[in-house]
Design a protein around this ligand. Structure first.
Ligand code: CAO
Length: 475
């Protein structure tokens, strides 16, 4: 009887809750109707105080080295809770690579893993797999950049993950997409070479060159982040997750697409904006390396500035944009070039670019790169000083915008990192230090997954989350 009463009480509570939530839905529907597009009413909170863009999104982060960590770090900056899973005792290999401070995580690691939580789990241990199963059930996105097949070998196939959590988005970076190279391991420069960037970088007379900007790793991480956010958006409609794949070769090609443009233009004649055209050097069958040519429709080159003899970065990139040709002529002391038929039009100038840039350089060599910057920008001539990493690290304006951020780390002290380059007016970036190896293991197990203290002790004793005790192994 008492049981029936209790049951009835429970049932009426459930009914009341259902009615309340139905009222909420009706209220929401009417407010969304007023607003259109099914969106809630605009928040009345001041901009920047309505939470972070990805607040509430939980990421199971299986990434390592650079490409994957770049992606999940950005998502963390945007407010996602990123739980990085690392191998007990070892962690992400970059923690110990290129170390500058003994016994402290390297800058390689710390600058790619800010704002994340670290949990150590041996995914090949049965208890480790139990923890992962629970994490899979409560996370929104699993991100990984293991070598091809490694995730499947762990048992975390798409089918397995999707069965445990149909809403899970599984996002991967691989070196190559499906095809002859799909099983290959890939690092940054392999992707730069296979994605077409290296063959088009460097000087015509020299070998292909890789670039310092990590377009293969960080570039692909950025692509992956966009794929993840798109999949999250689509999930709002479909209720289900999907696979997101970014191949590094594809990411590099996407960034080098103007060179595939030029490859096709080559079939219709020489590339007249390349300085080799002006020098009378015939084109071959493939897009050549173009040195410091602009790559766009406005001829440009890198020019020496005052002090170039001793300062390797005393250079300015100078763009001879057509609308400001007159201003350029006045600045360099060649006013007659404004009307001279050999120089007056962009087409007439193309075969004479070498001579033109030599003349402009005579002028830039009399000024520092910052003086050229000020003088040219005052008359709308687009130029860019070559900034060294030292100058960037010391740049006050980059600190003010949060693009360069100083954070404090418990074992290595203060270090600089690159903050969020994407600025959202209603979502301030959350840029924090990187976690120590396993720093949040207990916290995630207890607070996120609900394990009790005795269960955690049992898991620790099993070796699923702690490194094997080497002294015991030796005994
Ligand atoms: N517990 C237990 N095992 C773990 C683990 C954990 N928490 N985390 C990783 N492992 C295991 C993996 O299961 C894998 O084991 P198996 O090969 O036995 O299945 C092993 O660690 C190593 O994984 P990996 O092959 O990905 O690592 P690697 O150092 O040999 O290769 C890399 C590195 C980058 C070449 C490769 O991961 C790769 O090609 N990734 C895809 C492309 C990419 O992102 N490249 C950019 C790298 S940044 O320059």
């Amino acid at each position: 009887m008492a049981n029936k009463k209790q049951k009835n009480g429970k049932a009426s509570k459930v009914r009341a809750a259902a009615k309340k939530s139905a009222r909420k839905v009706v209220k929401l529907a009417s407010s969304t109707k007023a607003n259109g597009n099914g969106l809630p009413k605009p928040s009345s909170k001041p901009y920047g105080q309505a939470g972070l863009a990805l607040q509430g999104v939980r990421i199971l982060d299986f990434t390592h080295v650079q490409s994957g960590p770049t992606c999940t770090q950005l998502l963390a900056y945007m407010g996602a809770d990123v739980i990085k899973v690392e191998r007990p005792g070892a962690g992400d290999i970059t923690r110990g690579q290129l170390r500058d401070v003994p016994n402290a995580d390297s800058l390689y690691f710390t600058m790619l893993n800010g704002t994340k939580r670290s949990i150590t789990i041996d995914s090949k241990h049965p208890k480790g797999m139990d923890i992962l199963n629970r994490l899979i059930k409560i996370c929104d996105v699993l991100v990984e950049n293991f070598a091809p097949g490694a995730l499947d070998r762990m048992g975390l196939t798409w089918e397995y993950v999707h069965k445990l959590n149909p809403r899970m988005i599984v996002a991967s970076v691989k070196g190559f997409g499906p095809g002859p190279y799909e099983d290959c391991k890939v690092y940054e420069n392999v992707a730069q070479c296979a994605g077409g960037a290296a063959s088009t970088t460097g000087f015509r007379e020299g070998p292909p060159l890789v670039t310092g900007a990590q377009i293969g790793d960080s570039g692909t991480g950025l692509h992956l982040a966009l794929g993840i956010v798109s999949a999250l958006y689509q999930r709002n409609r479909t209720g289900r997750g999907q696979k997101v794949l970014c191949a590094m070769q594809d990411g590099v090609l996407n960034l080098a697409r103007v060179k595939l443009r030029d490859q096709q233009r080559l079939a219709h004649g020489p590339l007249t904006e390349y300085s080799q055209f002006g020098e009378g050097v015939p084109f071959g069958k493939a897009v050549p390396r173009a040195g410091n040519d602009s790559g766009g429709g406005q001829p440009a080159w890198l020019l020496k500035c005052k002090g170039w003899e001793s300062d390797p970065d005393a250079y300015i990139y100078f763009i001879t944009q057509a609308p400001v040709w007159g201003a350029i002529c006045d600045l360099i002391g060649e006013p007659t070039w404004k009307t001279d038929p050999d120089y007056a039009t962009p087409k007439a100038r193309l075969p004479r670019l070498k001579k033109i840039f030599a003349r402009i350089e005579d002028w830039t060599m009399t000024k520092t790169k910052f003086e050229v910057m000020d003088i040219c920008n005052a008359v709308d001539i687009p130029v860019g000083p070559i900034l060294s990493m030292k100058e960037i690290a010391e740049d006050e304006s980059l600190r003010k915008t949060g693009t360069v951020v100083e954070v404090d780390h418990p074992t290595r002290g203060k270090y600089l990192t690159v903050g969020n380059p994407i600025k959202l007016s209603d979502s301030p970036a959350k840029v924090e230090r990187s976690p120590l190896l396993g720093e949040h293991t207990d916290e995630v197990l207890s607070k996120v997954l609900g394990y009790s203290a005795s269960q955690i002790a049992e898991i620790k004793a099993s070796g699923a989350i702690t490194a094997p005790d080497k002294s015991k192994a030796a005994a």
